[in-house]
Design a protein. Structure first.
Length: 170
């Protein structure tokens, strides 16, 4: 009975997430690695933020390339799983919250998003505000979705690279 209750709660939680943004659908590990090699060469100089970080795989791979990373994940089960997975990793962590209310750290350089078509323009505006606040542009790696507002700097398979500028740089 308890197991059934837990299963129902978990299923409801995952369904509920669809109201807040993209549902959980993990990026392919090999494709993330290729994007970090061919689209945006991530390195130890970077701090990557994954908006909607799921099970933390993007964070883990970014840290394999030497970068620091922060994941923002609304689903507490995924955030917990991600933090357990990254527990021995000093350079990566997940915060359980809505990404619309997360203030980027000043040393953020690149944002990874695998969102959905409903949200991409809102996410781009949000990143613009964060770029204004921290005073430098941010690279956006968007998996699968394009924005009308910017021309991609580069495209690699299903990934698009944008340079998102703050108000002062436009
Ligand atoms: C398509 S999955 C991508 C997961 C991961 N970035 C990857 O590429 O493997 C989107 C994730 O965003 C999370 N999410 C959706 N809306 C969110 C919001 N408003 N704030 C934080 N996370 C959100 C979902 O729970 C889901 O785990």
């Amino acid at each position: 009975m308890i197991v059934l209750f837990i299963i129902i709660v978990v299923v409801l939680l995952f369904c509920l997430m669809a109201f807040f943004g993209a549902p959980y659908l993990p990026s392919n590990n090999a494709e993330i690695r290729k994007a970090f090699r061919n689209l945006y060469k991530i390195s130890g100089k970077d701090l990557l933020i994954d908006l909607g970080s799921g099970d933390g795989r993007v964070l883990k791979i970014a840290s394999d390339f030497g970068a620091k990373s922060v994941g923002i994940e609304l689903n507490p089960i995924l955030a917990l799983f991600s933090n357990l997975r990254l527990r021995k990793n000093k350079n990566a962590k997940t915060i359980c919250k809505n990404y619309n209310s997360y203030d980027f750290p000043a040393d953020a350089t690149v944002v990874y998003v695998f969102g959905d078509s409903r949200d991409i323009e809102k996410i781009v505006s949000y990143i613009e505000k964060q770029a204004t606040k921290i005073g430098h542009p941010l690279y956006l790696i968007s998996h699968a979705f394009t924005t009308e507002k910017y021309k991609p700097e580069k495209k690699y398979r299903a990934y698009y690279l944008y340079k998102i500028k703050g108000e002062d740089e436009k």
